[in-house]
Ligand binder design. Sequence first.
Ligand SMILES: [Fe+2]
Length: 231
Amino acid sequence: MIEKNRERDLAFADRHFDARIVENVEDYVADGIVVNLSAEPVLIGKQVPTALHPWRSTMLVNELIGSAERIAVLKISELENFGGVMLRGWQWFGDVFDGFPRQTPLYLSPSDSVGQVKVDPRQFTRETCGGGREQLFEIKLKCWWSPNETDCFIHNEHPFLEVHTQIMGQGRMQKFRDRKASTIYEDVIMTPGFTHEAFCTVGGPNQWVYPWHRYYTDTESVWLAVELHPQ
Ligand SMILES: [Fe+2]
């Protein structure tokens, strides 16, 4: 029998940041931002259970989740000195990505592999409502931190599918016609508890086509990256 409500801290949990993964969820009370990390809807709420769709998120206050395959639950537990992430094991992005602008204060947490999932990638990208071929992916979670008004770099390549959930602060996910901030054509406002829809389409087997895009902070922000890596 599989243990119910099996939970553990995520790799980036610390005394400022309550971050956990819960699997085989059954009648679990969650307090914080809940992300559905499964291909099935999750029913949330005791009195009138309502659906949280795959790869979407919401903010719960001590509320019941009836059942779910896998969720993340995240809450900032200590704001004082939260911005010292670089002194608690988070890395400056330029140390892992060559050519990143030397003066951009973008930091990333350790990454955590939380399991595998079978997904129709075109359903993940919302190009279809499902019915396509499912594919096996490894789910990896990590977090990003930047202070206010940070340009977190315009890019258009990823070997994985990704979405982001805002955990703290206000920011934006933006799309561009070209690799230049002035060519912006879409601005998706990110606020705590919100996950944007996938920015990419499926170009072919394991080919994910992204427009030029970036994350931009309005205020000091923490945002979660949910990555689906093809297996
Ligand atoms: Fe990206």
